[in-house]
Design a protein around this ligand. Structure first.
Ligand code: FEO
Length: 396
């Protein structure tokens, strides 16, 4: 039974139930690649799916209309989870026109080197499919330079590409059951924002201003991943505005790795200190919690404490990897400090602190170092410091 969003507007995407690694991001609940079909005088497909899911998508289209009858394709985003199916679909469908942003055309040419019937569109460009009219909205860096959104004016549907998406495979496609169902959706929405869109908060804030300026209102927001919103539109817009503004909670994270448990003992003491201050505390071992899950927690945390032993004059490799990932995500509005145990040279704490400064986090302590194994006094000092930092920087 085809899934209809509005009269003659259908979901024709694919469900990736078993994916667990999306370019390094842990997708423990799978994903969806949403594509949409508008059956009008000019039959229009909005986005495709990952290459290997083309048969699934075309089978869904075929339940509605012969795929060969598709006239137009809109490509909102070049990344291959949405454009990977284009070569096969275009070969089968032979569309009259392929609409994308100017950067989209450049990106698609670099990916596929095909002489497709490109039509470049910009913010303000419109397309009539017959009784429906589509307006395009360029949204560079949400999530790539080419990204754009498509707005179906008569039904007030925003096809929002990656924005407002979440990696979740689900037999449910609408948001009607939120927040209780599907399980995990609000967390998956946050995880997606944290790992994909966190660097672009300022651009998201600008997008909201643009939406207000254009006077756009939404009855449906239809992203390219996860659920389609029709009941919880205000909710998803509000959480995006909050995250885009960099709002943080009274929450501290202790992120660490350890060799012979000395740094872990300190991590436990710092975590206890945060708890003493009455704030939400979490402790994450870098080889036990996936980096994409730690980053999900970083999004709303106001204090980050990083612990690493010194190994061969360096920070522990997992810490280097995590800090590299985090730096790219440009976290904002966070106090931070480093700690760790060492045997003879003890460079790790200083090296981490430099990275925190390079990320423009607010470094709130010069670093807490302990030689070999922390004694009772040092553990008490770590606990007291954790409490002090939480009270000073999280209002605990
Ligand atoms: Fe879902 Fe940026 O691709």
């Amino acid at each position: 039974m085809p899934l209809e969003l509005a009269p003659k507007v259908y979901w024709v995407g694919a469900i990736d139930w078993t994916i667990r690694d999306f370019h390094g991001y842990l997708t423990e609940d799978g994903s969806t690649y949403n594509a949409y079909l508008i059956v009008d005088d000019h039959i229009t497909l909005i986005d495709t799916v990952k290459k290997e899911f083309v048969p699934e998508m075309l089978a869904r289209v075929a339940e509605i209309v012969d795929p060969a009858k598709i006239d137009y394709i809109v490509s909102n985003h070049v990344e291959m989870d949405h454009s990977g199916g284009l070569p096969e679909v275009i070969k089968r469908v032979k569309p009259e026109k392929l609409f994308c942003s100017p950067m989209g055309k450049a990106g698609l040419l670099r990916h596929y080197q095909e002489d497709w019937p490109f039509i470049e569109v910009k913010t303000g460009s419109e397309l009539s499919t017959g009784r429906y009219n589509l307006a395009f909205l360029e949204t560079p860096m949400l999530h790539w330079p080419d990204s754009m959104m498509t707005y179906l004016k008569e039904e007030q549907i925003l096809f929002s590409s990656d924005a407002f998406g979440a990696h979740l495979a689900s037999s449910e496609h609408f948001d009607d059951g939120l927040p209780a169902f599907p399980m995990n959706y609000p967390r998956q929405l946050k995880k997606y924002y944290a790992n994909i869109l966190m660097p672009f908060g300022a651009l998201i804030t600008q997008l909201f201003a643009k939406i207000a300026q254009l006077g756009l209102t939404f009855k449906i927001i239809a992203p390219d991943h996860g659920l389609i919103y029709r009941r919880n539109i205000d909710w998803v817009l509000e959480v995006y505005q909050k995250w885009a503004a960099g709002a943080v909670e009274p929450k501290g994270l202790v992120i660490y790795d350890t060799m012979w448990r000395s740094t872990e003992l300190l991590a436990e003491a710092f975590t206890q200190g945060l708890t003493d201050a009455g704030v939400e505390a979490q402790m994450h071992h870098l080889r036990r919690t996936h980096p994409s899950d730690i980053v999900t927690e970083v999004l709303e945390a106001g204090l980050l404490l990083f612990g690493s032993p010194t190994l061969n004059n360096q920070m522990f490799p997992t810490m280097g990897e995590f800090l590299t990932y985090l730096k790219g995500l440009a976290p904002k509005n966070k106090a931070a400090a480093a700690f760790g145990s060492f045997g003879w040279s003890g460079q790790a704490v200083g090296l981490i602190t430099k990275e925190l400064e390079a990320m423009k986090l607010k470094v709130v302590h010069e670093g807490f170092k302990v030689k070999y194994i922390p004694d009772a006094g040092e553990l008490a000092a770590a606990r007291a410091l954790g409490e002090k930092l939480a009270r000073e920087h999280l209002g605990g």
